[in-house]
Design a binder for this molecule. Sequence first.
Ligand code: AMP
Ligand code: ZN
Ligand code: FE
Ligand code: FE
Length: 314
Amino acid sequence: MTSRTAGGGTRVDLHTHSTASDGLVGPAALMALCAQAGLDVVALTDHDTTAGLAPAAAALPAGLTLVPGAEISCRVDDGGRGISLHLLAYLFDAAEPRFRAARARLRESRVTRAERIVALLAADGHGVTWERVRAVAGGVVGRPHVAQVMVEAGLVGSVAEAFSPRWIGAGGPYFAGKDELDVLDAIRLVAAAGGVSVFAHPYASRRGAVVGADVVAAMAAAGLAGVEVDHPDHDPDQREALRRLAADLGLLVTGSSDFHGASKPQGLGAETTAPEVLSELLARGSGSTPVTGTGPGDAGSQEQHHDDEDGGRS
Ligand code: AMP
Ligand code: ZN
Ligand code: FE
Ligand code: FE
């Protein structure tokens, strides 16, 4: 096992996915992988759900700290163009009714939308069934699950090919959109639930559209705490531009792997967040608290998360 403190000190990865959404590793197994990767702190940020938090907390290896989180599907109207973007929410109270209801609506819409994609494929004679997609998605359903079934059915050679504009990628014949929260509303919802928000991978929009600095300024005015600058999808120029923007707007700078398992190249801890930035986020979030493992994978004593967030209706 890698030493937790070798060289760079505390290692913090604030963006990971489990099978509660479109990650390939279950939440408990993910915590073990985090310890093996030498992480000290990890945030579990599944898409539109907190369902993985309780099983992750219950399986924490000694010394590993779990920061509760979620990655929220959002949209912004930037000069007449609707742009999809992702908001990382941390340390919110998962039971707070308004934000909780908003997450439930997002998950419900993901089901409707995945069914529509399957129907579009079936209408053209492509053998993808909703039953199979539902079975492959252990929790919140996403296009990666549809893509996986398309690979199984031999329609495409890879998940990446499924995401191309020829298939279910943005603008493709089998693409369908899903409900998304207005990002300013989402930032306020997170804050009202005691949480803090960080703009996830601003340059990694799969629609190829990037929001302008004015949008980020509006997000900052609404209460955004930080920007995820160091992300595997960002090149050095993009990171530099984001670092300047964050400095201008007084936003914290985070870094994270956005680990999904073998479906993406990056490993856990591929990008990390400075411990001082983590301290600042922890100081600003009051809706829930991090949990630190006290024994070999059995830190379930501080049960405080609600695990009734499933993948939507089935
Ligand atoms: P959805 O949220 O259902 O629209 O699906 C988008 C999600 O699919 C993103 O958040 C990524 O996690 C994942 N994704 C996007 N492009 C790819 C790709 N080429 N290969 C694997 N996963 C992808
Ligand atoms: Zn994902
Ligand atoms: Fe994302
Ligand atoms: Fe993500």
